[in-house]
Design a protein around this ligand. Sequence first.
Ligand code: GLA
Length: 673
Amino acid sequence: MPASVWPAIDGIAYGGDYNPEQWPREVWRDDVRLMREAGVNLVSVGIFSWALIETSEGVFDFAWLDEIIGLLHENGIAVDLGTPTASPPAWFFAAHPDARAVNRDGVVMGFGSRGMASHSAPAYRDAAVRIAATLAERYADHPGVVMWHVHNEYGVPVGEDYSAHSQRAWRIWLQEKYGSLEALNAAWGTAFWGQHYGQWEHVGVPAAAPSVVNPAQRLDFARFTDSQLRACFVAERDAIRRFSSLPVTTNFMANQHHGCDLWAWAREVDIVSDDHYLWAADTEGEIGLSIAADLSRSVGGGAPWILMEHSTSAVNWQPRNVAKRPGEMARNSLAHLGRGADGILFFQWRAGRSGAEKFHSAMLPHAGADSRVFREVVDLGAKLDRLGEVRGARVQADVAILWDFESFWAQDLEWRPSEDVSHDERIRAFYERLWRDNITVDFALPGHDLSGYRLVIAPAQYLLRQADADNLNRYVENGGTLVVSFFSAVVDENDAVHPGGFGAPLEPALGVRIEEHLPLRAGDTTSISFGGDELRADVWHEHLVLTDAEARATYVDGPGAGMPAVTRKRHGRGTGWYISTRPDAAGLAAILTEVYADAGLVPLDAPAGLEVVRRAGETDDFVVVINHATTDARLALDGVDLVTGRTVAGTLEVCAGDVAVVRAPRTAPGSGR
Ligand code: GLA
């Protein structure tokens, strides 16, 4: 991905999805006037407009699109032009009924909603490439268009497809992957339950079946689905590139949809962009937000990225759509910016009167411009306008948490030892502690070069390839500190248990053998003794055998009673920790305090609720400070608050719920960032 590719916009990009086709012409003038008032400089247009651009197969109407792009351009608002392929028109499905996607239960997806056709249907691929190329040819040189927004959230709502087209493509994909049926039979372990295949024609998609379907087959189907979706993106992107050299993106859903392997996707886009929505039931949604932002940055190798969608207030698709409180939208936006976003956009500009999303908030709500939300939108635009110099500054992290979509796909299949074990929950627990300590985190794959990190945490690496385990062992040997949580390194790339047993590939770094998993009953809690303290733990115990590690904690009660629960091994120049249970938050904090000491990490001295992230610019740092608490807070800092223009001499004061972005002298890496 070329690091310098960025749309031609001054400063931080600000705006949202704009759907002018839902409104009469007179509203457009009002929209543009209010966008200017709010400081909007980028809008995404055309994402769901296929039926109104290509009115029947091969027949195009560009009049309205020309007009709105022209109007926006005259007013200094750039366009991120969508390819509308996430919602093919009625005429497409009428002409190609076989291109409809089919779900796992064999239900053919109907029209009247949104969602792409079968990712493997040739008619869909052709039509998608045609509309993308036609748009690119027409608007490539339009001065108002600055980037391309291909599709919308690949994999949602249609990911896995069980249609006849998918079936055909799946066999070809398998033939390319395995070369021979013998190799496929071996990888899938088809000797089990008599699933051996003698002919390629007999290999089917893993549709609903009488009992659990072969997990290796399903894991491959997840890989196949991801690769088909990516092929759709690449086909559109390449069609665009025939005519245009503008940056091309597609909006990810970082930690809110696991169907796409974003590490692979990020290599295909010019700019990473992400959609993030708070989960209202989570009273600390800002932590999930930070995970999404750090992941968006990490998959793009640290390059600045665009927050393509978030909400000004409530969404409309959760059980209880809680409105954001005053100031929350700005805190959310600045938190993304602090973690590397150089564009802050929303779904959507103007709340739609009709359709499924009429209860979704917008920059311009149903209540109009004389509203709290719009006033906050204007205020945020003014804030971002003062932050242009932050653009391009890089976030640096001393800690990496492993995040591996492929492992999630495998772990999420049926018949695992306990339904209480969740990768999302484990990652959040470890991340949350680091977040509260203001220790910035990157996400990484186990095969990445991890040598730049003081600490690597594997909260949920269920699937671990031997080569990646070797990488982790080497990381420790060369001086790194590694923490591995339970139910990791269990299986290989085919969801087969590692030879030598659970966890065996990491035995060099951890010095333990896992003899047996000992999951607990729902609601059971137990204790482990750690130093002089008793820590609470639940969900999981293990029968651990130490081969070359010290027991740092022991099970007090429960099925593991008397056995080691948490271990540490000095390996080479580094340290490998293993946590074989689920400690509660206080317990995890206690363990991580020792881990920090091994890794030479120091939590930032800041009051609770103060989120602090540092971006390193060319000569200065930019310290983004967000006060999530209901009390005012202070932080030791020198510099200039770019939001208020005030000099900060020694102490920054941040009122309850407020934000600050301080241009501060450069801090050496590793000094408490
Ligand atoms: C997603 C979609 C948008 C819209 C929002 C609503 O992110 O990309 O089109 O549906 O959700 O929250």
